[in-house]
Design a protein around this ligand. Sequence first.
Ligand code: HPA
Length: 234
Amino acid sequence: MTIHIGAAKDDIAETVLMPGDPYRAKWAAETFLKDAKLVNEVRGMLGYTGSWNGHPVTIQGSGMGMPSLSIYANELIRDFGAKTLIRIGSCGGMQDRVKVRDVILAMTASTLNSPSSGIFRELNFAPCADWGLLQAAAQAAAKRNAATHIGGIYSSDVFYDERPDLNEQMVRHGILGVEMEAAELYTLAARHGCRALAVLTVSDHLGTGEALPSDQRERSFGDMVEIALEAAFS
Ligand code: HPA
């Protein structure tokens, strides 16, 4: 048991999927895991453990933004022994070829700032995904015929962005999409010798303003969860 996760040590699996939304954790656990059991509800940040194809899996909400994710990922890694952490979440598309409902596998995650910026001082650390997980996720996505993009994303500290000039530079430099958590997850995984990946569904597009209505999100979110689970255990 930790400050933010009220589970017993054995209740958390070595493989953890982390959606931002705790209700998405509930949905994914009930939809994809066998014998899913609620293991955390401190602050309503729901976590479930069950099994997928015989493998123990925890699905724990991370909350929105890098400071929130940092709390859960730190406790999962340091206190519960998590070894593989896969963010499953939504992002805003940034390139024209990236469409709403597509899947993005984040090879790198650029930031202006992260909770780890303080320890790096003048160093611009380059947070990147675990290669084995990324390769396995690419194969799982191809098998499912999911429209998939692999490359750099931007982990922002703000949803309501006031820097259109910065977004322009991101687009110019090939950044596929924007979300708010992956860079810190990759950095913590690097620090603690864990594997991390972000598998994202494009829920809206910064260029076109298109947004996925909530009732249509389930199918593409389902693809994302299955890609993450297959990647974790291949
Ligand atoms: N910005 C930041 N995070 C996001 C977005 C966005 O447009 N869409 C989904 N997550």
